[in-house]
Design a protein around this ligand. Structure first.
Ligand code: HH2
Length: 274
């Protein structure tokens, strides 16, 4: 089995839960991007608006001002594929013009009535992620009858809607949205674990699957000592390798070097005797 691509996270936000605002200015964000490329990132995911539970929204002009200079600066020195983590079509448009080739949308093109048409017009790759609710309220009390079935049905509907708007089938990625409207705070991580357990059913839809488990809160729900996101590397790697074994196409991660190393070891074992 080929190993998933590693997508390194570069946030340019003051309130990211895992980067803690450490990469606010362009120079620091660019230095971080360079480091992730050197560590073996196959692509970079640039984000200018935090989607952590309870995060405040940012307007499009501010988001563009955060992400476009960074994308241009990365593009000026590297051919690494860049994705833009945004729910706003105007930001996606500006980011693609600056050199991004994948629109990573946590609302699965649902934030604006224009989103799907803009994605089709841009002709870029699009990652459609499942979320129940919106980032401000999504962790209040997420409920499902059948979390895996509902996430699969949602992703299939959103992929059809994107294609109906003119997005090419081969441009579409799917993402179950680990931590996005899953498992009320303080509850066992039943929704997130069910989705991880059944990742192969999402892979079976026939689109490349993107998985974001890095430093997420479900790890703390399993290991309550890991209250600091920086202290969730072991759990992040365990879940990343689980995703690799289930056939995901890409992993969105903060710890690129360690994830690449873990995947290399996993792949080396996997190919023995073939
Ligand atoms: N997770 C986060 C942000 N964007 N995009 C996709 N497709 N899948 C994910 O799981 C995903 C995502 C949240 O992670 P993080 O970057 O650590 O937080 P922030 O939203 O503050 O950038």
């Amino acid at each position: 089995m080929t190993r998933p691509l590693v997508m390194g996270v570069v946030n340019v936000t003051p309130d990211s839960f895992s980067d803690g605002g450490r990469f606010l200015d362009l120079g620091a964000a660019l230095a971080h991007a360079r480091r992730l490329i050197a560590e073996g990132a196959d692509m970079l995911d640039v984000g200018g608006e935090s989607t952590r539970p309870g995060a405040a929204p940012v307007d499009a002009a501010e988001e563009i001002a955060r992400v476009v200079p960074l994308i241009e600066a990365i593009r000026a020195e590297s051919a690494v594929p860049i994705s833009i983590d945004t729910m706003k079509p105007a930001v996606a448009r500006a980011a693609v013009a600056a050199g991004a080739s994948l629109w990573n949308d946590v609302t699965a093109l649902g934030h604006s009535p224009d989103s799907a048409a803009v994605a089709a017009d841009l002709g870029c790759q699009v990652a459609l992620m499942h979320m129940q609710g919106d980032p401000r309220t999504m962790q209040a009390d997420p409920r499902y009858e059948d979390v895996v079935g509902e996430v699969i049905a949602f992703l299939a509907v959103r992929a059809e809607a994107a294609m109906a708007a003119g997005v090419k089938r081969e441009a579409i990625w799917l993402d179950p949205g680990i931590g996005f409207g899953k498992d009320k705070a303080g509850q066992p991580p039943a929704h997130n674990l069910a989705l991880l357990k059944s990742l192969d059913r999402i892979v079976a839809l026939g689109f490349p699957v993107l998985l974001g488990v890095s430093r997420k809160r479900f790890i703390r729900a399993i290991d309550p000592t890991a209250s600091d996101p920086d202290d969730r590397l072991g759990g992040s790697l365990a879940a990343a390798l689980w995703g690799a074994a289930k056939g995901v196409a890409a992993l969105r991660v903060h710890d690129v070097r360690q994830t690449v190393q873990a995947l290399k070891v996993w792949e080396a074992i996997d190919v023995v005797g073939e």
